[in-house]
Design a protein around this ligand. Structure first.
Ligand code: ATP
Ligand code: MG
Length: 612
């Protein structure tokens, strides 16, 4: 009997306010928002990387040993020079062969240890980046649906592919610099201290001053880096869009406009990079000026001391050489701040994604094969607070094995309704249950095993025909062929040069619209799930192939719960029940004949379609 369903809504209304039974949609993550909380101290931020280094401790130890050895060779150079001057020239007591032996030996050790340090670190870093990527991708595979509407594909690619690599590479080379040059600095300072502690104290005064400069500029650099990441994402997004939409861009003559849009975004990246260069580059001249001041003071005092006869020429040369050697590591260290900031921010983007993007939450209920009874009670879904509900207080009972057709004008909420079932989106209020068990209590894998879906927008993988049909399983080829046959696609596939193993291009762009749709139908047929959802599944087919596919689908519907959405009403005349939706509500239900007789929305839609 045709029922106007205003009543179900009236039953739902009073319970509008109580706590929703189903998890409310998780607030979307904001991975690119600039942090409002103060950034934690640098070292604390670095420690977040430790889990990724755990498996590669050996490489880190090797790198550290190499760096320490390099550092130890550093004071040997001024020491050697001092000895040469005092004993080689003045005393003449050193055998000549010892000079090349000492120098070559020293530099051999120095370069070998440098290589070892670099190798050890690269080994560690590349293993860490692999692990980071693996974790990020795993997070992507299980993250809540909201993440996919918040992030762009190019932004995600940027984080996962480029930023992770660049971040770890920059970070590891700057950590190497940090460790090696700090050790060099320390070794040289210790040596200087033994030579002349008063002078060394003057040199050491430099450090707090430099630290102050670094601190001030570090903050600005961090902010610029984050802004730079956002700008880089926007730039990549323009490329992504123009790759996908090239036909429309050309047809509408939008090249100049798109070119300007890209230039604007690329130029923004350039501006930010220049700002970062200025911020990072200011450190070097400032620290060098400070170093020059210290150097002049030291030389004056040293000269004054030597005149009073307390030190030799060799001592003086050794001291000044060692001091000049301080300049290079000090310069590296003052530069390293910029790279550390950049590298850390890049890696943190991935770490933040792993830490903050919510994972999907499923329950524990499992079943191999559901009966397929679906009940919705007072279900509402609102995508955004400021828009009308896409599904509005809807109650519905679909019996196991029943074929239900959903009709209604565009935007009525039909796709939204079926997307609720495999939990691609969760309702804001109300309960949906399958076989009497609320969806939230179902294990997600088990729940999704129960549905085969042909969605309105066909999604195919850039893989072989067979892989697209068998997606996620290793189905025998005969089963793949059966599914293709049922979808009226086997003859076509057999005519392809590589048959089942033909690659079909990005989202199947080497197939026609109808072929893509039939491939999606074959995939749904092959899945053999107890519940079938067909959202405009045959809309791209000509009448003849639609009839063939329709026959196969009708065979498939036997013994399964089926939800069919179709604008072409001829495809749904055989449904057990027709539901008419409008503005998120169920407005009519009954058989095709009953609804026609009732003269409501369905009758109107039908009359419009079959008017000749
Ligand atoms: N991901 C989304 N984010 C925000 N709003 C959405 C989203 N998907 C759908 N909507 C909105 O929800 C409403 C219902 O959309 P839905 O896709 O369910 O309609 P439909 O009945 O399937 O229409 P059609 O027949 O055109 O496919 C529309 O107003 C649409 O703007
Ligand atoms: Mg739709």
């Amino acid at each position: 009997m045709a029922l106007p369903l205003g009543t179900s809504a009236a039953l739902c209304r009073p319970t509008d306010n109580p706590t929703p039974n189903v998890r409310p949609p998780t607030p979307p993550p904001q991975p690119h928002a600039f942090p409002t909380a103060p950034t934690p101290p640098f070292l604390q931020r670095l420690t977040r990387l430790l889990p990724y280094l755990r498996d590669s401790r050996a490489g880190l130890l090797v790198a550290l040993a190499g760096a320490a050895l390099t550092a130890a060779t550093e004071p040997a150079i001024p020491w050697l020079l001092g000895k040469l001057l005092d004993q080689g020239f003045a005393g003449g007591s050193i055998p000549l062969w010892m000079v090349p032996a000492a120098i070559i030996g020293l530099f051999f050790v120095r370069s070998m240890s440098g290589f070892i340090a670099q190798y050890g670190l690269a080994w560690t870093a590349n293993r860490a980046v692999l692990k980071l990527r693996e974790n990020m991708f795993a997070q992507l595979l299980k993250s809540a649906p909201a993440v996919f509407s918040q992030q762009t594909a190019s932004g995600m690619t940027n984080t996962l592919v480029y930023e992770a690599q660049a971040g770890v590479t920059i970070l590891s080379s700057s950590v190497l610099t940090l460790v090696r040059d700090s050790l060099v600095l320390l070794a040289l300072l210790v040596y200087l201290f033994t030579l002349n502690w008063q002078l060394t104290l003057i040199v050491a005064l430099l450090f707090p001053a430099v630290a102050l400069v670094i601190r001030a500029l570090g903050k600005r650099l961090h902010r610029l880096t984050l802004e730079g990441q956002k700008a880089t994402d926007d730039r990549a997004y323009t490329v992504e869009e123009n790759m996908l939409a090239w036909r429309i861009v050309r047809l509408h003559g939008a090249e100049a406009q798109q070119g300007k849009r890209f230039f604007g975004r690329a130029d923004r990246v350039r501006q930010l990079m220049m700002k970062a260069v200025v911020a990072g580059g200011t450190m070097t001249p400032v620290t060098q000026m400070l170093a020059a001041c210290a150097l002049s003071v030291v030389i004056v005092i040293a000269l004054w001391q030597s005149r009073s006869g307390t030190s030799t020429v060799g001592d003086f040369v050794a001291f000044v050489t060692a001091m000049l050697q301080l300049v290079a590591p000090a310069k590296h260290l003052s530069d390293v701040m910029a790279s550390l900031t950049r590298g850390l921010a890049a890696v943190e983007r991935g770490l933040d994604f792993i830490a903050t993007s919510p994972a999907e939450q499923g329950g524990t209920h499992t079943a191999e094969r559901a009966r397929g009874e679906i009940v919705l009670s007072c279900v509402s879904l609102r995508y955004r607070d400021d828009t009308a509900a896409a599904v509005d207080d809807l109650s519905l009972h679909v019996r196991a094995g029943e074929t239900v057709a959903l009709v209604g004008p565009s935007g009525a909420g039909k796709s939204s309704l079926v997307n609720l079932l495999p939990r691609f989106v969760d309702p804001g209020s109300g309960i949906i249950s399958l076989d009497g068990v609320p969806l939230a209590e179902w294990n997600l894998l088990a729940l999704r095993r129960q549905f085969a879906l042909v969605s309105q927008d066909v999604v195919l993988f850039n893989d072989t025909v067979a892989a697209n049909v068998a997606l996620g399983t290793d189905m025998p080829r005969e089963a793949v062929r059966d599914a293709l046959r049922a979808a009226s696609l086997l003859d076509f596939v057999d005519s392809l040069p590589q048959g089942l193993d033909t690659l079909i291009g990005h989202n199947g762009n080497q197939l026609s619209g109808g072929q893509r749709q039939r491939l999606a139908i074959a995939r749904a047929i092959a899945k053999d799930a107890p519940i079938l959802i067909l959202d405009e599944a045959t809309s791209a087919l000509d009448s003849e192939s639609e009839r063939a596919v329709q026959a196969a689908l009708e065979r498939l519907m036997q013994g399964r719960t089926t939800l069919v959405i179709a604008h072409r009403l001829s495809t749904i005349e055989h449904a057990d029940r027709v539901l008419a939706m409008d503005a998120g509500r169920l407005v009519e239900q009954g058989t095709h004949a009953e609804l026609l007789a009732a003269g409501g929305l369905y009758a109107r839609l039908h009359a419009m379609q079959f008017r000749t």
